[in-house]
Ligand binder design. Structure first.
Ligand SMILES: CC(C)(COP(=O)(O)OP(=O)(O)OC[C@H]1O[C@@H](n2cnc3c(N)ncnc32)[C@H](O)[C@@H]1OP(=O)(O)O)[C@@H](O)C(=O)NCCC(=O)NCCS
Length: 179
């Protein structure tokens, strides 16, 4: 499994001890405000199992994100394949979810950029999407800062969302990706 270091983050494999901070993160109503709802500890544990299975099955996935400076788990960022994405055949999404006390310092954007670079350069994906609730202004801003472009609205899994995307060719060109 590929691990990635950015200036301030270590994107690494999941460890058993990540469950405590991950369960805390997913039990926080503010973090989960624009997601279907908070999770119990058991649901968070099942999610981590699903993330690990996704890595094994596809060779990429969501990394556990650690702040290098303090060595603390801060959440996840990475790439997830959605079999049921309804728009077209480009079904890999760049996603993030961070603990609140780490918001507002550019970590989501830093992790998203590393994930997109990995997806385009190493995995050679032609297109990467990102999806969120239209009211999730912070995530939409992260999408824009990471060089994704607004594509429209989509009804998916019972929710009305907005989606963004970036194409490999454009994103990797000088001046074509993030601003
Ligand atoms: C979305 C999230 C990851 C952002 O993390 P972050 O590390 O704070 O993001 P960044 O610092 O890289 O960038 C956030 C940007 O949104 C802006 N922003 C934050 N809250 C905002 C708000 N309420 N309204 C407008 N802009 C907002 C910030 O100012 C920043 O933009 P700027 O650099 O131009 O000033 C974090 O809020 C989170 O984990 N949310 C809960 C989970 C979630 O919703 N995940 C996505 C689901 S699809």
């Amino acid at each position: 499994m590929t691990e990635i270091e950015t200036d301030r983050l270590l994107l690494r494999r999941w460890r058993k001890k990540d469950l405590d901070p991950y369960a805390r993160l997913c039990a926080d109503p503010e973090v989960m405000r624009y997601l279907p709802g908070t999770l119990t500890r058991e649901e968070s544990a099942r999610q981590i199992e699903r993330f690990v299975y996704h890595w094994e099955r596809r060779g990429y996935g969501l990394w556990a994100a650690e702040e290098k400076a303090g060595g603390e788990f801060i959440g996840f960022v990475g790439l997830e394949h959605h079999d049921d994405w309804p728009v077209d055949e480009h079904k890999v999404e760049v996603c993030w979810r961070l603990e609140k006390r780490f918001w507002g310092r550019g970590f989501a954007t830093e992790g998203a950029l590393a994930s997109l670079r990995h997806g385009f350069e190493r995995l050679e994906l032609p297109r990467i999407i990102s999806v969120c609730d239209p009211r999730n202004t912070a995530s939409r801003r992260v999408m824009e800062k990471a060089g994704l472009t607004f594509r429209g609205r989509v009804h998916w899994r019972g929710y009305d969302d907005v989606w963004y995307s970036a194409d490999r060719r454009g994103w990797l060109e000088p001046g074509g990706g993030p601003g």
